[in-house]
Ligand binder design. Structure first.
Ligand SMILES: [Mn+2]
Length: 418
């Protein structure tokens, strides 16, 4: 039996941390990814499409997206491709909720609560009537948004004559990336391995991961990444299952927008902002490649010793650098994070000096670490302090690049970055 396994589509997800333009692009991208999923199902002539929960977020499904979703499912119905959809914690199957009330075409089976639903998947010629059972899909769903029980325990033991596939939105305890997710409907890897199913089509963890090759126990990851935490290519799994052997599982990229991170830890060679842009561009292309047909959202972190430490510490130059990078790398959006940047001469080398420089560096350092008293400094006098309780923390922030500043003003070879 051959099928597509997708999960965590999150249609119409708000992605609230981004600008309105980017949010709109991400919503469109989720829909395009879903359309591509249906295109792929038709092109590969699969026997079924399995969706392991979180197809959308609660009741937050616009009328337009609802129509789009049903149109896409109708395309599969027209080609007699069954869809098995097990609800997740974001789209629970309680009566009155969208997952249940949508006017699903006849090819859709919704597993809406802990009662396991069994569906025979048939193949062969419709005209001659010589139909055969290719496999059995069993699915259970989340009835509410906070299922705490192990839903996998209600799955009946497979009979073993044809491939048996299980569909479930669950957090397999101790699976990679599971710590980032809340503990909804936890299940045990050993129990899934020993259940007798040939393949577990899981959902919930947004990172693609293989928990077991044989039997196949897989998370396909989200269909389209929504945050910096969901990096890399996103899509679905194309699976072939033959009883008794390891399933063939192939990842198919579908997401039109991809998130990636680049970290520049040694920018010391770049002596101008243009040279720094060049360094970052090299780092970016090493991660993102030169692939076309994908839009990118980047997060770039720069830290370490650099002759540009003073420019990089100022908002104006950061904004300029960010805009240049967006243009140069052709990004849809960019989060630029300037970490701790400092001149190439380290304050540590001069802190022990028995002169005014050593004394100043020690004082700045002590204020930053909280070892020096701020007695006499009145919170009312300080510009920009909104909470008097944060006095020490605030002064430490003001002195964040204080040692570098003192060094560059007093020592010849630091001003130019040496
Ligand atoms: Mn999800």
């Amino acid at each position: 039996m051959r099928f597509l396994h997708a999960a965590d589509v999150h249609l119409d997800s708000p992605c609230s941390s981004r600008s309105e333009t980017v949010r709109q692009k991400l919503r469109d991208a989720s829909r395009l990814a879903f359309r591509r999923l249906v295109d792929l199902a038709l092109a590969e002539r699969v026997d079924a499409l399995l969706i392991a929960g979180d197809l959308f977020d609660d009741e937050r499904l616009s009328f337009q997206t609802e129509r789009f979703l049903l149109e896409q499912i109708h395309r599969l119905d027209a080609e007699f491709i069954p869809v098995v959809y097990a609800t997740g914690n974001h789209d629970p199957g309680r009566a009155g909720l969208r997952s249940l009330e949508l006017s699903w075409p006849d090819n859709v089976t919704v597993a809406r609560d802990k009662t396991a639903v069994r569906i025979k998947i048939e193949g062969g010629s419709r005209e001659s009537g010589s139909r055969e059972v290719l496999g059995v899909v069993t699915a259970a769903g989340h009835e509410t948004a906070a299922e705490t029980g192990d839903l996998s325990t209600g799955f009946p033991t497979p009979e073993g004559r044809v491939p048996e596939i299980a569909v479930l939105h669950t957090q397999v305890v101790d699976s990679p990336g599971s710590a980032a997710h809340q503990r909804y409907a936890p299940s045990q890897l050993e129990a899934l391995r020993g259940s007798g199913h040939d393949y577990w089509a899981l959902g919930h963890v947004h990172k693609r991961s293989v928990l077991c090759e044989h039997p196949g126990i897989h998370y396909p990851g989200s269909l389209q990444g929504r945050t910096h935490g969901e990096r890399g290519p996103k899509g679905c799994l194309l699976v072939d299952v033959h009883p008794g052997t390891k399933p063939d599982v192939e990842f198919k990229k579908l997401a039109p927008i991809q998130w990636e991170d680049v970290e520049i830890r040694d920018p010391s060679e770049a002596t101008t902002l243009d040279a720094l842009i060049e360094t970052i561009a090299e780092g970016w292309h090493a991660v993102a490649g030169s692939e076309t047909g994908t839009e990118w959202i980047g997060r770039i972190r720069v830290s370490g010793a650099t002759p540009l430490w003073r420019e990089l510490s100022g908002d104006d130059d950061q904004d300029h650098l960010r805009e240049e990078l967006v243009y140069r790398l052709g990004l849809l959006d960019l989060t630029l994070e300037i970490g701790s940047v400092h001149p190439q001469v380290q304050a540590d080398e001069h802190r022990a000096r028995e002169d005014v420089l050593g004394e100043t560096l020690r004082l700045v350092s002590d204020v930053r670490t909280g070892d020096a008293s701020l007695t006499g400094l009145s919170p009312e006098q300080l510009i920009g302090l909104d909470d008097p309780e944060r006095l020490h923390e605030y002064v430490a922030e003001l002195l964040d690049t204080g040692e570098a500043e003192v060094l560059s003003r007093m020592l010849k070879d630091t001003a130019e970055g040496r």
